[in-house]
Design a protein around this ligand. Sequence first.
Ligand SMILES: NCc1[nH]cc(CCC(=O)O)c1CC(=O)O
Length: 314
Amino acid sequence: MSNPVRTGPVRIGTRGSPLALAQAHQTRARLAAAHAALAAPDAIEIVVIRTTGDRIQDRTLMEAGGKGLFTKEIEEALVAGSIDLAVHSMKDVPTWLPDGLEIRCLLPREDPRDAFFSNVAAHLDDLPEGAVVGTASLRRQAQVLARRPDLKVVPIRGNVETRLRKLADGEVDATLLALAGLKRLDMTDRITSVIEPDVMLPAVAQGAIGIETRVGDDRTNALLAPLTCEDTMVRVSAERALLAALDGSCRTPIAALANLDEAGTLTLDALVADPAGRQILGTARRGTAADALAMGRDAGEELKSLMPPDFFVP
Ligand SMILES: NCc1[nH]cc(CCC(=O)O)c1CC(=O)O
């Protein structure tokens, strides 16, 4: 049976966190700007859905285990037809989507770099010996410890306010967050400094917003077509092809960043690390947009073949 054409409001499914809501509102604004018929106040509805990831506050996400903690319940609503599109941080979207769902639309990517916060140092390199860095991200942990083996990394979670309070209380000396999220929340004034990718390579797809729909939902896919950013598609395709080659089921810290320059050259930098930061294995590829998937796959296969067993987090 084909999808009947819906005529009601376009329903956007999203998590309820401030960042997720900012991303859903950005999507609504872009849809309204692209389609006169969607500019009416009741033409687009935002439906807040609580995910497993939102319920887990006391443990790090790694301990909670499993992929798709921030997407599962939203995807279920999409499959069930109670929403028409789901807005995600692509960083949180698992390598493989459920059957019947697709991500054809990526909004223009925000700055993919990480931001550094500290009351005791201007940069990661200036932290005093033995300083405590709060992060629950194994990717950030590994890169911090590889550069500064003297530092101590402790897991912290929570929103920006919670983290800044932990900094102010001296519970941690520094923390790291994605710059993209801070920009979307209009909180960049709280940042101490931005970390360059050669110091801290971002997560796959960091800074990209993806919009997931039902395969065959022509109405929604047509509405989203003018919103998609081709450069972002190419870059994120290369990075996610790397992730797929490395096999999303392993929890090794992975970082990757693809860039596309004005001449059409696509570059991909990628690394895997052991969580303790004792060893980082990096690689790079250069090509054109047409090579995005092959570059990602090839770089991923190289890293996989180089990885010793102790890179795998049990
Ligand atoms: N893991 C949570 C998450 N997912 C997406 C972002 C930031 C926004 C983005 O990368 O687009 C964050 C917070 C962070 O890492 O600081």
